[in-house]
Design a protein. Sequence first.
Length: 150
Amino acid sequence: MSSRNNTTDDHVGALLSGYMDGELTQQQAQKVRVHCERCPDCAAQLEQLDKLRREVGKTRLSPLSEGIWREHMKEPTVEVTRGIGWILFIAGVIGLSGIVIYEFVIDTGMPTHIKVITSLVWLGLGALLVSVLRQRLIERKSDKYKDVEI
């Protein structure tokens, strides 16, 4: 490799991934192409990235087909354990929230105006959450896309 290829301005190693993904400007892409013609190390690295990209493209996340995967997710055991998990999670969040609220209310070291402002923020967030949940429950009944499988 020539000494010119070692200069910071001429090195394109950081641009190779962007080049592979087509994210570079025309000028940057041309710089990478020209550099790789002169630099066997960068050309080899670009070839390795291309090979890796092809191999990753061939892989599957699961050996099961999507239909079988959906059937497994609808099994009674899965649905029951998912329901139990949600119940435990919600119970824990409610319990923890209760402790935090109790400590917040009985803390005498915090000024009242800070407690009021903090309470308003949390009540506002709670109202927004209830509003969104209510809207989702209403839309759930008439959602024409709920049974669409992608």
